[in-house]
Design a protein around this ligand. Structure first.
Ligand SMILES: Cc1cc2nc3c(=O)[nH]c(=O)nc-3n(C[C@H](O)[C@H](O)[C@H](O)COP(=O)(O)OP(=O)(O)OC[C@H]3O[C@@H](n4cnc5c(N)ncnc54)[C@H](O)[C@@H]3O)c2cc1C
Length: 440
């Protein structure tokens, strides 16, 4: 039921099996970073081949068509900011975007569901100026949780801090480093708007915008060995195929390198290995829940304050015909849900019954879909995040080896745009620029 390439595109991809096994650049991974790098190099007349381990392009961009006529995003969904390479690409394609932040947020507190702006809790005020407090922080890189515990916030304020500042950043309060968060926040330059596609899906945009590069993408071809001993680099796949090239751009998630699913000959330098192991990428879940009727407040965007799921949001703006809530959990919350397997749906319905009363969730429940990124082969998690002392390691990871082995993908972003689509594209652009500079 996942996004499948159209028959025409699939046919062109199959033909690529007969392509020459040597290309100037091999790109490992056909997520947004890999596709962007391939397209840019191809436009400059550089021969490329993209090896993708799975049977589809997109990586952490994935749409699901089973619950609604319009596909639902299981991975990337929002366009964070309008000052970005991804926003530009969508604008050039005349794709309509809408603001995802126009609806009201509701919170569950003291056995009641209340609009967030009506809650009477003085400690919530601290959250309004938390970004400034983080900005001014001078001290060790302690966890955001330790930092907030010194301020004696109410349980509700802690829960909202987790939803807004940790869950969104890819983990939970106890794992986000305040200094690291400060560093990435200071660098953020993409703008504050959060937009969503009005009627299209990310996966469809990829098919359209990267059409020219699809014939050079080899699906179901996982790189397992990269041998860069000689001038000519060889990349061997799990299908026992060996490809040669002059340069490699690696765009695989950091977890793939952490699990040593690719062997490098010679071994990667020590600093590179240290950076790979030091950066963190946690579990991440989206559970899509479809109901017979809308039983939550009419204009509800997000629901916060639950103990199991840090944030639920409704798809009212993008899927108005369906009654869909998305449970979004990262870090330790996602780990707990992931361990429950399919029982996670029952647990989430119980939490919603508890919050909204009268067994409304379980009696209205129709169908669900679990996107558990922690269990997704070749991804194994959600996205990298600012953990204590993490940020210097991104540059260690980014640094190319001999100008022949380049590292790209969201975890490599040095401009505070980690964990985003445009951040991944920016890293690909940097690798491409370096390759092109040498060419000219
Ligand atoms: C639940 C969730 C919600 C998100 N929400 C947003 C959002 O709202 N907005 C936003 O901007 N971003 C969001 N993101 C983050 C965004 O999706 C990622 O930052 C971005 O897509 C990463 O792109 P990438 O190219 O770096 O990596 P990936 O998309 O992971 O691509 C890497 C590719 O490498 C392939 N691969 C792995 N190992 C091998 C191998 N050995 N050989 C060949 N191929 C291999 C993988 O299969 C994959 O296709 C979200 C992510 C998740 C998981």
């Amino acid at each position: 039921m996942f996004f499948k390439l159209s028959a025409k595109i699939q046919q062109t991809i199959d033909q690529s099996k007969y392509m020459n096994k040597h290309s100037k650049v091999i790109i490992i991974g056909a997520g947004i970073a890999g596709l962007h790098a391939a397209r840019k190099l191809h436009q400059q007349g550089i021969s490329v081949r993209v090896l993708e381990a799975t049977d589809r392009i997109g990586g952490r961009i994935r749409a699901f068509s089973g619950l609604s006529e319009r596909p639902i995003e299981l991975g990337a969904e929002e366009i964070h900011g309008t000052n970005s390479i991804w926003f530009e690409l969508l604008e050039q394609s005349n794709i309509s975007l809408i603001n995802g932040d126009n609806l009201d947020n509701y919170v569950y507190t003291q056995n009641q569901l209340i609009r967030e702006d009506l809650v009477n809790d003085k400690t919530l005020k601290i959250l309004d100026y938390l970004p400034q407090l983080i900005e001014l922080y001078e001290g060790k890189d302690i966890s955001l949780q330790q930092f907030l515990e010194q301020r004696q916030l109410s349980p509700l304020a802690m829960s909202l801090a987790n939803a807004y500042h940790a869950n969104e950043s890819g983990s939970s309060l106890d794992r986000i480093g305040i200094k690291s968060l400060q560093k990435v926040d200071q660098k953020w330059s993409s703008g504050e708007d959060n937009l969503v596609l009005e009627s299209d899906s990310y996966a469809h945009v990829l098919q359209q915008r990267f059409k020219t590069i699809l014939p050079y993408v080899q699906l179901q071809e996982a790189a397992i060995i990269v041998d860069y001993t000689n001038q000519k680099i060889s990349v061997t796949s799990n299908n026992d195929q060996t490809y040669t090239c002059e340069k490699v751009i690696l765009t695989v998630p950091i977890t793939v390198l952490q699990r040593k699913l690719i062997t490098f000959t010679p071994n990667l330098p020590e600093e590179k290995e240290e950076a790979i192991q030091a950066l963190k990428m946690d579990a991440g879940m989206k559970i899509i829940l479809k109901f017979k009727e809308q039983f939550w407040p009419k204009n509800m965007g997000s629901l916060l304050g639950g103990e199991l799921v840090p944030e639920y949001w409704s798809l009212q703006a993008t899927h108005p015909q369906d009654h869909i809530l998305v449970a979004f959990a990262m870090g330790s919350y996602a780990e707990r849900l992931s361990a429950l397997g399919e029982q996670a749906v029952t647990a989430v319905l119980e939490e919603l019954d508890n919050i909204l009363g009268d067994n409304l969730a379980s009696t209205n429940f129709k169908e669900s879909y679990i996107a558990d990124w922690f269990k997704e082969p070749y991804i194994w998690g959600a996205y990298s995040y600012p953990s204590p002392y993490s940020e210097r390691y991104r540059s260690w990871l980014e640094w190319p080896i001999d100008n022949r082995l380049f590292f790209a993908g969201e975890a490599v972003n040095l401009d505070g745009h980690y964990g985003t689509v445009h951040g991944a594209m920016e890293t690909a652009q940097i690798a491409v620029d370096k390759i092109l500079t040498e060419e000219n």
